[in-house]
Design a protein. Sequence first.
Length: 307
Amino acid sequence: MTVTTPISPVALGATLYIPCMRGDLFTAVLGPRRPAGLRSAVLCLEDSVREEDLPTALTHLATFLRALVTREAAPTDPLLFIRPRSAAMLEHILCMPGIEHIDGFVVPKAHADTMPAYLSLPLHDRHRLMPTLETREACDPQEMRRFRDQLLAVQDRILVLRIGGNDLLQAMGLRRPANRTAYEGPLGGLIGQLVAGFAPWGFALSAPVLERYADAALLREEVLRDIEHGLLTKTAIHPAQIAVIQNALAVPADEEEEARLVLAEGSPAVFGRDGVMCEPATHRGWAERLLQRASLFGIADPRALRA
C-alpha cells in the first residue's frame, strides 16, 4: 500500500465528530458555520446514527462529497474523515464520487479479526486509517499484540489509533463518574497499557472524548493528563470543546526553551537546567514532538496556566 500526503497525528488537534444525519454537513464543516479553529472532523455513520436513519445519513454524505468535487480546497480546510458502520458500508462509500477528496476513515471496533476486511478494500493512496480501540479485545494485551503485529505490515496507512473510552467502559459495565478525568478509574490503567503496547512501535494514539462537554475545567485537566501519556490529539463531540483542547495543547514557554536547548547543535551530552537533568540522547524525541506542538498550537499564556 502506497500512501501519499503525510499527515502528522499532532496536526489533528481536537477531532470533532459530526453525525451524518445533519442535512447541513457541508456548511457545518466547510462553510460559514464551521467551528472556529477546527483542524479535523469525522463524518459519523456509526453510533450517532440509528439503523433506520442510515439511508438518509448516506444521502447526506453523498451530497457532501459531490460538493467537495466542485469546491477548490483551501490551506485552512480541516482534515476530513468518515466513520462507516462496517467494511461493507465503507466499500459502498468508496464508490461515491468525491471520495478521493477525503483524507481517510475511522475504523470502528477495530481488532485483529475485524481489520483485514478494511485493509482489503481499494483505498485511495491518500486515505489514512484511524482504527478505534473500543472493544473488550483492547483489554487483552495478547489480543493487542496480535493486532499490533498486523498493523506493522501497513503502518504507513495508519494515522492514529483512537481510544474509545466510553465503549471500553461500557464493556466493563461502567460509566465515568461526574467530575473525574478518564485517568481516575479503570480506564486510566487501560490507557497506559495501550500507550505502552503501541507507542514504542511508532504508533500514535488519540485520547478519548470527555462526554461532559459543558465542563471546560475538567476537560482542560484531562487534556493535561492526555499530554502526560503522549496523547497529543483528542476526540471532541461538541464545538465548544475545540478551543479548550487546543489551548491546552499550547506549550509552556519554559518547556519550549528546554526543548530547544536539548536539540541545540553542540549541546552537552548531559546538562542541568533549573535543577533538572537534561540528556539529549534520551530526551530528543520528547523535544521534537514538543516543538511540533508549539508550531501548531503556540506558546501557552502564563495567565492560563495559573487559572
